[in-house]
Design a protein around this ligand. Structure first.
Ligand SMILES: [Fe+2]
Length: 368
C-alpha cells in the first residue's frame, strides 16, 4: 500500500493502480481508514477538505472517492456532485454518521452515489465496498474505451466505404470510357475502308442523337442510341475492298455480298444485352418502310425505331458526301430526296423531325 498526501506529484497516475481519494476534515478518521486498508493494493491520496480534494482530482487519475458527509465548507453529497461534473467515471462513496442516514439517503439517490457507509465502519464492509467500487470503475472505463473504439472503427468504416464507392465510380467511368474507345476504334476501322476521314460515324452519331431528342427521347437514351449508331456499318469489315470501293455499279452477286454487312455486323456485336440496340441498328438500318429493304424485308413499325432513325441519318450523310460511285449532293437536294422517300423508304415522322433539325441549322454545324 502506498500512501501519499495531497502534495503528491501532479502526474497522471495509471488507472490500473486503483487510486483512492479519501476526504475527511478529521485527520484521525483518515488515519483510521488508511490503517484499515493498509494491506489492500491501493494507491491512497487524502484531503481534509472538498477544495483540496478537487485539486487532487484535477491532477491525478483517481478511480474512487470516499468522502465524509459532514465537512465544514461543503457537505459530502455536494462535493461528490462536483466530482461527477469533473469526471463522471469516478466512483463515489459517502461516509455518513448513522444518525444522518435518513437525510443522506435522498441526497445520495439524487446524486447517483455508488454506495454509502456508516460510521463507525466495519473493516470488511469498507474493503468489500471499495472492491466493488473499483470493479465498477474498471467496467465503466472499459465500457467507455470499447464505445470509443467502436465509434472510431465505425468512422473508419464509413470513410473506407466512401473511398470504396468513389473508387468503384471512378473505375466504372474508366471502364465505360474504355468500352466507348473500343467501339469507336472498331467503328472507325470498318468505316475507314470506304471513308478515310473516319468522320462519317461521328456525323451519324450526332444526327441520331438530334433526331432522338427531337422525337421526345431523354438525353440519356439519345446519347446511348447515338453511341450505338456509330456501329451501324461495322459488318463492312467483312466486305472485300474490290466491292466496297468499286467505282461503278455492283453486279447482282456483289450486291448480295454487300448486303451481308448488316447480318455480319449483328454477329460481330455478339449476344450481350448491352449491345442489343447496336445489333438492331446494324441489322436493320437498310430496311425500307414499304418492305423492299434488306436483309429481312421488314415493313413499317416492324423495323426497330432505332434502325429507322439511323437509316435517315445514314442516307442523308451518304448523299451529302463523296463516295467512289458518286459525287456529294448539295444539302437542300439531299433533303428533297429524303422527303421524297418519306413513307416509302423512311419513316415519315423521323423525316419530319430531321427536316426540322436541318432547318434549325444542325446540318451546317456538322458539315465538314
Ligand atoms: Fe450500311
Amino acid at each position: 500500500m502506498a500512501i501519499h498526501s495531497q502534495q503528491a506529484p501532479a502526474v497522471q497516475a495509471q488507472v490500473a493502480k486503483k487510486t483512492l481519494l479519501i476526504v475527511d476534515d478529521e485527520p484521525q478518521v483518515i488515519k483510521s481508514i488508511v490503517r484499515t486498508l493498509r494491506k489492500q493494493d491501493l494507491e491512497i491520496l487524502t484531503a481534509c477538505s472538498a477544495e483540496e480534494a478537487i485539486k487532487i482530482i484535477q491532477h491525478n487519475a483517481v478511480g474512487v472517492v470516499l468522502s465524509d458527509q459532514n465537512m465544514p465548507s461543503m457537505d459530502g453529497v455536494s462535493f461528490l456532485a462536483k466530482v461527477r461534473e469533473y469526471d463522471r467515471d469516478i466512483v463515489r462513496l459517502l461516509l455518513t454518521g448513522f444518525a444522518n442516514i435518513e437525510n443522506a439517503i435522498e441526497a445520495i439517490n439524487r446524486s447517483q452515489i455508488f454506495e454509502f457507509l456508516t460510521k463507525p465502519w466495519e473493516p470488511e464492509a469498507l474493503q468489500s465496498a471499495l472492491s466493488r467500487a473499483f470493479d465498477h470503475h474498471k467496467l465503466t472505463r472499459e465500457n467507455r474505451r470499447l464505445h470509443l473504439m467502436t465509434h472510431e472503427q465505425n468512422a473508419q468504416l464509413l470513410q473506407l466505404n466512401d473511398t470504396l464507392e468513389r473508387r468503384v465510380k471512378d473505375r466504372t467511368v474508366q471502364l465505360a470510357d474504355a468500352v466507348r474507345q473500343g467501339v469507336l476504334m472498331l467503328s472507325l476501322a470498318a468505316e475507314a475502308r470506304d471513308d478515310n476521314t473516319g468522320e462519317h460515324v461521328k456525323r451519324i452519331q450526332h444526327f441520331t442523337q438530334a433526331i432522338c431528342l427531337k422525337i421526345g427521347m431523354t438525353k440519356t437514351d439519345a446519347d446511348r442510341i447515338g453511341f450505338f449508331s456509330m456501329m451501324h456499318d461495322v459488318g463492312k469489315i467483312h466486305i472485300p475492298d474490290k466491292i466496297l470501293n468499286k467505282n461503278g455499279p455492283l453486279t447482282d452477286k456483289e450486291w448480295q455480298v454487300m448486303q451481308e454487312h448488316t447480318i455480319v455486323g449483328e454477329k460481330i456485336l455478339g449476344s450481350s444485352p448491352y449491345y442489343s440496340v447496336a445489333r438492331q441498328i446494324a441489322r436493320s438500318h437498310h430496311e425500307w418502310m414499304d418492305g423492299s429493304g434488306y436483309p429481312d424485308g421488314l415493313r413499317g413499325v416492324k423495323i426497330p425505331l432505332v434502325a429507322r432513325i439511323v437509316a435517315v441519318a445514314d442516307v442523308f450523310d451518304a448523299l451529302t458526301h463523296t463516295r467512289p460511285y458518286k459525287k456529294a449532293w448539295p444539302r437542300h437536294k439531299a433533303i428533297e430526296e429524303i422527303n421524297r422517300l418519306a413513307g416509302r423508304q423512311f419513316d415519315t415522322d423521323i423525316v419530319d423531325a430531321f427536316v426540322e433539325i436541318f432547318s434549325e441549322g444542325l446540318n451546317e454545324a456538322m458539315e465538314t
